[in-house]
Design a protein around this ligand. Structure first.
Ligand SMILES: Nc1ncnc2c1ncn2[C@@H]1O[C@H](COP(=O)(O)OP(=O)(O)OP(=O)(O)O)[C@@H](O)[C@H]1O
Ligand SMILES: [Mg+2]
Length: 404
């Protein structure tokens, strides 16, 4: 029994600042949930409230069937795996893993069985007699997890456990943690600001902005159906393109030309004036390489820069946006901790393309993948709500709009 339930959780620090604002998340037994968002959005605060290191200002936290708001950390039986591993340098790997059992005065044979079980799972058998100082970052991480495993905790909590590692090791550890979590089937909450980690590790991902939950969904749902501009801009790399757009009939007017989007989508954006169209870089193709290029979704655009990466090519196309859209995008960039959402289109084409910088390129866009956003609320007007998990940002906006 180790489902974790957060119900309307609020955290106000001493200065009254709401670091976490009315967050509700149901984490199922055995589920791997990621808390993700830019720096300062309240991820660590939320995790520390779950583990009991931080008081909960308002709301209800349950583990299993039990409300634990007032339980001290040691009575919650959760294992926090810290960013800096917190290993004892003078103890062997074996004794580091055994540590919680020694504290609990477990008999030697029980300690030995559990440590060896954990070490086999974590592939640490040949390192048991070594000291942590002589291990690689990834091995140390596994020792820290071993310690959590022998405690038989009800859940694992991770706060950016990979941020100290270099890119290659980070990739390896990511796979390893995902594999281990599935093998152990233990409920896990994992904090990161890295959208790639969030997308690759989680069963579900909770996207936070300034203490408010935006969307709680599977990685695929987030990628295919972001509920608002913030989630759309945060998930995906290179990020989604945002272009000024207007619906006319069943066509979408974009800075480079018009694209046929079909009645169903057009109806959602018609008569709404200026919109923001969201199109992922990978949903463009070099029209000369695409056999789909005859469906009315082809246009010509001036390419000012090309990056060839072998398997794919990024082409950059600058565009002008009206002040209203520019302002909205600048604001969004600030919210996202700025990954350069300039008014330029980035398209990711097949590496076989021969498009050159300084030339006009004929591009095809997959119109079925275009999202339309309301520039003022940021809401995704074309979201497929059945495949978008829980969209909290919008639920709140709707609740606020209701007369009381
Ligand atoms: N002890 C504290 N007293 C007052 N404010 C705090 C305290 N700890 C955190 N905050 C504020 O609460 C907000 C959320 O902080 P938190 O550490 O949870 O963010 P985070 O999402 O983990 O960010 P990061 O990615 O930088 O680790 C921040 O604005 C921070 O300034
Ligand atoms: Mg943090």
């Amino acid at each position: 029994m180790s489902a974790i339930k957060l119900k309307n959780i609020v955290k106000r620090y001493g200065d009254g600042f709401p670091a976490v604002n009315d967050v509700s998340i149901d984490i199922a037994d055995g589920e791997f949930v990621i808390l993700v968002g830019p720096s300062g959005c309240g991820k660590s605060t939320l995790l520390r409230m779950i583990v009991g290191l931080e008081d909960i200002t308002d709301g209800e936290l349950s583990i299993g069937e039990k409300v634990v708001n007032d339980l001290p950390p040691r009575e919650r039986n959760l294992a926090m795996v810290f960013q800096n591993y917190a290993l004892y340098p003078h103890l062997s790997v074996y004794e580091n893993i055994a540590f919680p059992l020694r504290l609990a005065k477990a008999p030697d044979d029980e300690v030995d069985t559990k440590v060896r079980e954990a070490s086999a799972t974590l592939e640490l058998d040949e390192h048991l007699e070594r000291k942590p100082g002589n291990l690689s970052g990834g091995q140390r991480q596994r020792v820290a997890m071993g310690r959590a495993i022998v405690r038989e905790a009800d859940a694992f909590l991770f706060d950016e456990p990979l941020s100290n590692l270099d890119a290659k090791l980070r990739g390896q550890m990511r796979t390893e943690i995902a594999r281990l979590q599935k093998k152990l089937g233990i409920t896990t909450v994992y904090v990161t600001h890295d959208q790639t980690e969030a997308m690759t590790l989680g069963d579900r991902v909770a996207v936070l902005k300034k203490g408010v939950l935006q969307q709680l969904a599977t990685p695929r749902e987030l990628y295919e159906n972001p509920g608002n501009l913030f989630v759309a801009g945060f998930i995906g790399s290179p990020p989604m393109n945002f272009l000024p757009a207007e619906v006319e009939g069943t066509q979408l007017k974009l800075p480079f030309g018009t694209v046929e989007i079909g009645e169903e989508k057009a109806a959602k954006g018609r008569d709404k004036g200026l919109l923001i169209a969201g199109i992922r870089p990978e949903h463009f193709e070099d029209a000369s390489l695409s056999d789909k290029a005859s469906d009315g979704s082809t246009f010509s655009a001036p390419v000012d820069f090309v990056e060839w990466l072998g398997h794919e090519t990024y082409a950059y196309v600058p565009f002008e946006a009206p002040a209203e859209v520019k302002e909205r995008l600048a604001e969004l960039e600030k919210d996202l901790d700025g990954e350069g959402l300039r008014t330029q289109l980035v398209v990711s084409l097949d590496g076989a393309t021969t498009i050159k910088q300084g030339e006009d390129a004929k591009l095809w866009v997959d119109a079925s993948k275009i999202h339309l956003f309301d520039p003022s609320s940021g809401e995704n007007l074309t979201v497929d709500a059945e495949h978008a998990g829980e969209i909290h940002g919008r639920a709140m906006a709707e609740a606020a709009a209701l007369p009381d």
